[in-house]
Design a protein. Structure first.
Length: 212
């Protein structure tokens, strides 16, 4: 029986090695390549015989979206599962809309769950980790649906505002300029429909983005 051929695209070398070793140790699976998240991923998938691509969506969301969208344009048969974390659940709808078939909360799962998810994608299904699915299901009822319109950086700024940090403190924390912080703050308030930082703090607490 032909093994499921899996490619790993992750910016952290140790994660690529660990996942590759785990996958290759399981009967019926074969880790065929591991790459840093870059333009080379699209070329490697298009030129290779890849059944499932595991791609890092945690830190460089824009890169991940670009890769997923590019693969969709080429109409490759490869199924795509984004490796993320539960705290980044709000990006899942963007990845799925871009063409990914799965979103996997890697910090919450046992190894067997990885194989289960890969098998499901390989057979033509869609896999979303239960922890992420819970957020996606309840978001319209608590106002979380508006978070989908925010960029990763805007969510970071929102959470920092809710914790009481000043513009200068947020700028130092995120390694960006105060002007950029103010730009993200303005965009965030406008997209969600909030008036000021107090409203932002209440919203972030109510939706569970930060703890009270």
């Amino acid at each position: 029986m032909k093994p499921i051929r899996v490619m790993i695209a992750h910016q952290h070398c140790l994660m690529r090695l660990a996942l590759g070793s785990l996958i290759s140790s399981q009967e019926g699976f074969l880790s065929i390549d591991s790459l840093a998240l870059s333009d080379s991923v699209v070329t490697a998938v298009c030129c290779g015989d890849v059944d499932v691509l595991l791609i890092d969506g945690c830190l460089e969301e824009r890169d991940c979206l670009d890769v997923v969208q590019a693969l969709g344009k080429f109409e490759v048969k490869t199924r795509v599962m984004v490796l993320t974390q539960t705290k980044f659940w709000y990006a899942a709808s963007r990845f799925l809309k871009a063409g990914a078939q799965g979103c996997f909360a890697i910090e919450e799962s046992e190894p067997e769950e990885v194989f289960k998810a890969i098998r499901k994608l390989y057979r033509g299904g869609v896999y979303i980790s239960p922890e992420i699915m819970e957020h996606l299901l309840i978001q319209p009822f608590v106002g979380l649906d508006k978070v989908r319109d925010l960029s990763e950086r805007e969510v970071q700024v929102l959470c920092q505002l809710a914790s009481g940090k000043t513009t200068q403190e947020i700028a130092r924390c995120l390694c960006i300029s105060p002007r950029t912080v103010e730009s993200h703050r303005g965009n965030t308030l406008r997209k969600i429909g909030l008036r000021n930082n107090v409203d932002a703090a209440r919203y972030a607490i109510r939706t569970g983005l930060v703890q009270a």
